[in-house]
Each structure stands twice: as structure tokens, then as C-alpha cells.
Design a protein around this ligand. Structure first.
Ligand SMILES: [Zn+2]
Ligand SMILES: [Zn+2]
Length: 197
């Protein structure tokens, strides 16, 4: 049902050449966070952003010894949706993610498929037993979302630790780098007409 409606909307708006990104909540994600992310990404990228139908909790990706979720399996689940009408997809999940090579990840992207996922779990102060800070939490979400979306435009990790495309190994890296592209990454994005300003 939701799909049919999406297709109709898309068909009626094909005259608009604006690219589209779909944010997919995986499990329950706070509505305010979803809308905030939607707006912030629309301000930064030259895209129209929709919020898609919520997917089930990713129990299929759960590793019971690690007590974490394999992010690549979540990306595969998103890919299997076969969503049409979107150029890129960004999943948002609130479980702790890992890939076999790393103890945890803030997110993951498949560059060729233009699919990405971010996790909110380690972006909260609470995760580190610190007092909650909603402003900081939201700031971190945008940094990670811009980073993973950046990958879907073909950007690789950047060596500039103030660039959003720098690989965050720990949260301090995220807080240090911020949500802006360095001049190099920015010019790649500009060439693709991928960003505003
Ligand atoms: Zn990355
Ligand atoms: Zn860069």
C-alpha cells in the first residue's frame, strides 16, 4: 500500500529532476529524529528526501555472542526491498552495529548499490554513561548520515581529520571532524551536483 502511493507520487513528480533519497527507519526510531535528519540532509544535499515505511527489528542480523548486529546483513535486507524511484537509501537503526573486521561501526555503506545505514546507539552520551545531550546527539547523527551518504556518491575515506569523510574509529573522531566536506571532497560532490550552496 505504502509502495503504491510512493510510486504514484513519484510518477507525478518526474518532471522535477531532483534526485531522491529514502530514509528507512529500521525498528522504532523517534519521529522527531527522522524529520530532523530529513531536513538537515535536504539542506545539505541537492536531493528530495522521503521517509519510507518502517522495517522490522533486525533480529536476522543479531549475533548472540557479540550481542551486536551485523550491519552488512541490514544493508542486504534494505537492498532486497527493491525500492524503486529512489537514487539512494539511508537506513537508520538504533542497535549496536559491527562488521567482522571491526568491533563496532557507526554505519556502513555499499558504494555501488548506493545504500547506507547508520546506527544511533553509540551517538548518545548515555552509551558512555554520560548525561544525555540531545543537541550533541543530533549533531552526531547528521555527521554520520552525511558521511554514509557521501559514500553513496562514490566518496572514499578522506585523510583530513576535519572532513566528514574521515573514518571515525571512535566517537571523538566524529565530534572532531564535524559534518562539512573538506575542499577536496566538496569539489567532487560539486562536480556531481550533489550538494547545495
Ligand atoms: Zn566511511
Ligand atoms: Zn575530505
Amino acid at each position: 500500500m505504502g509502495n503504491a502511493a510512493t510510486k504514484t507520487n513519484y510518477a507525478s513528480s518526474t518532471s522535477m529532476s531532483k534526485k531522491k533519497v529514502c530514509i528507512i527507519p529500521i525498528g522504532t526510531i523517534d519521529k522527531e529524529i527522522l524529520h530532523y535528519t530529513q531536513k538537515e540532509l535536504e539542506d545539505r544535499f541537492n536531493v528530495k528526501i522521503d521517509i519510507g515505511r518502517q522495517l522490522e527489528d533486525p533480529i536476522y542480523a543479531y549475533h548472540k555472542h557479540k550481542m551486536q548486529y551485523h550491519s552488512t546483513k541490514i544493508l542486504k535486507r534494505i537492498h532486497k526491498l527493491g525500492l524503486t524511484g529512489y537514487d539512494r537509501i539511508l537506513g537508520i537503526v538504533d542497535v549496536d552495529l559491527y562488521v567482522p573486521e571491526r568491533t563496532f561501526v557507526f554505519g556502513e555503506a555499499v558504494i555501488k548499490k548506493k545504500i547506507a545505514v547508520i546506527s544511533l546507539t553509540r551517538l548518545r552520551q548515555k552509551f558512555y554513561d554520560l548525561p544525555e545531550d540531545l543537541t550533541l546527539f543530533k549533531k552526531r547523527i547528521i555527521i554520520e548520515a552525511v558521511h554514509e551518504l557521501g559514500h553513496t556518491y562514490g566518496l572514499r575515506h578522506c585523510t583530513d581529520n576535519r572532513c566528514v569523510m574521515f573514518l571515525s574509529k571512535i566517537l571523538r573522531d566524529t565530534d572532531h571532524k564535524g559534518a562539512a566536506f573538506c575542499s577536496n571532497c566538496k569539489s567532487i560532490m560539486e562536480d556531481k551536483k550533489a550538494i547545495t550552496n
